[in-house]
Design a protein around this ligand. Sequence first.
Ligand code: MTE
Length: 360
Amino acid sequence: MDVPGKRDDMIVHQQEPYNAEPTPSALAEHVLTPVRAFYGRNHGRMPRLDPLAWRLSVDGLVDRPLELSLAQLREGFPHHEVIATLQCAGNRRAGLMAVRDIPGQHPWGPGATSTARWTGVRLADVLAAAGLRAGTTYIAFEAPDVAPEADPPQPYGGSITAAKATSAEALLAWEMNGAPLTVPHGAPVRVVVPGHIGARSVKWVRRITAQDHPSDNFFQASAYRLLPADTSDPRPGDGVALSSVALNSDVLSPDDGAVISAGSTTVLGYAFAGDDRTVSRVDVSVDGGRHWVQAELAEQVSPWAWRLWSATVRVPAGQVEIIARAWDSAAALQPEHAESVWNPKGYVNNAWPRITVTAR
Ligand code: MTE
């Protein structure tokens, strides 16, 4: 399937299913990523759903199972907007692959991260209408797209805790940056779970189930889990199921490998921390970490959004490594080396970003 409406210069890791990220410079242009530049992450062929025929079922541990049309969803609940960054757990995997190969996974750069204004209804309001029963600890989602890579092949799904699902920020969204959701981003309706890894923001959602255990879907029980580096034969349930996004940052300009003028140089990037954390400081060094310049942080447009940053540094002539590091509101610092965070599936590379430029 072709993917209409994306920039021509997207870095396409896979055409079918479509997996692509914007170039670092395209990502640096806007706090709200235009839909044309927003990364796309798909595990199966994108379903084209008829919005009039689409139904959302809400079942499981509820007093009143629901089946809602798009009109009922839009007319039956108050509308809410949240500006939120989506970050794939595989973001920056290329940095882990440089340490040790990770067969069968896409080498995402810094661009499996983007930010949008999402409009829809609160998941909490829909769950309240269904009447969550005592004992509900997880809310599971299911979509119609079948992922061949899953074992056995199955529709995409996952779950979040009932606490997160009933938070003010979790949405069932039909708009992205003020326009109707496009097919690649989950039309007619997707889940948006701000602060959690992108995998939990299930696109084309068709079923929501209240239950007393996490989803047993492949993408909850087997994929998107952090495994110890020496794991050879993981079983479902092994490792840590990824949910909150760990503090991360990357450099978006100059490009890695660029030839620049020696002297004063502006370095641009983003930093993001999930759930109850926000970014509080970013530093940049051009001398291997002996000296650091504190970056200027752009406005925090929402508690659920990244912060773009810029720093002006003096780059000496020659080959120079530019390093950045971020702190969050809990005073956590990113880990220094990718070697220490390497894991078999290549998730959560939040090591200090490093690019090399030649200054003349
Ligand atoms: N939802 C469905 N139904 N199928 C998918 O493959 N991919 C997930 C999530 N929701 C996925 C999905 C992953 S891994 C991410 S990172 C985000 O969607 C990406 O959202 P985007 O393609 O809108 O950027």
